[in-house]
Write a protein that binds this ligand. Structure first.
Ligand SMILES: NC(=O)c1ccc[n+]([C@@H]2O[C@H](COP(=O)([O-])OP(=O)(O)OC[C@H]3O[C@@H](n4cnc5c(N)ncnc54)[C@H](OP(=O)(O)O)[C@@H]3O)[C@@H](O)[C@H]2O)c1
Length: 191
């Protein structure tokens, strides 16, 4: 979709078919943003597209498909909310399982940032990488998870995309009860 000539703010949101990403998608659209909503669940994508004409559903597997092809001409915000955790904790998770966690939670986010940077720079846009509160405290069964889903692992992406070096802002967001922990972001011109 060519959104470059349109003044409507545009967000690319992964994990848009469930949980945090879906809510972000809905709230951005309700606020007047155009949202490119990415996920694999076709039914959930259809429901999103039906919920608002500002939502464009894009079916994609972030571990298989061409990530560059997901990035529209205009990107004011990139929200990487797609994420998985190992099913069985460290005792029952093999190397392949951990590779998938890192590939989705970390590598796919980093690659999306890379591909979206030219558009984000033009828009002086914002990058939001959703982490896990598990990164701030060890918990039974998921002690290693922080390194795959929290600032520990995602911070290199964040650091690499700081406004000083890239022309756009970034904020790792760590939703964790009881108090959501969100960085203030490095660019305050956008919500
Ligand atoms: N829920 C919480 O309380 C909480 C708290 C703190 C942090 N987090 C973190 O926030 C992130 C999202 O959590 P959530 O609760 O919103 O998770 P969720 O409801 O399970 O949603 C995960 C999303 O990731 C997408 N996804 C998974 N594999 C994918 C793939 N291969 N390609 C493309 N998309 C894929 C799923 O879409 P499809 O299945 O349609 O592909 C889905 O939209 C995770 O990293 C989680 O650790 C969650």
């Amino acid at each position: 979709m060519d959104t470059s000539q349109d003044s409507t703010l545009t967000a690319l949101v992964t994990g848009a078919t469930s949980g945090i990403g879906r809510e972000v998608t809905r709230q951005l659209a309700a606020s007047g943003w155009r949202v490119i909503a990415v996920g694999r669940d076709q039914q959930a994508l259809t429901e999103l597209a039906q919920a608002s004409e500002l939502i464009t559903a894009r079916a994609a597997d972030l571990l298989e498909d061409d990530l560059a092809a997901l990035v529209p001409e205009r990107v004011d915000a990139l929200v990487h909310a797609a994420g998985i955790s190992p099913d069985g904790g460290v005792e029952h998770t093999g190397a392949e399982g951990w590779s998938r966690v890192f590939a989705l939670n970390v590598t796919a986010g980093a690659q999306l940032v890379r591909h979206a940077l030219p558009a984000l720079r033009r828009a002086r846009g914002t990058i939001v990488l959703v982490n896990s509160g598990a990164g701030t405290a060890a918990r039974p069964r998921n002690t290693p998870t922080p390194r795959a889903s929290t600032p520990c692992a995602r911070s290199p992406t964040v650091c690499a995309s700081r406004r000083r070096s890239t022309g756009c802002g970034s904020r790792p967001s760590t939703p964790a009860p009881p108090t959501p922990r969100c960085s203030p972001g490095t660019w305050t011109g956008k919500p």
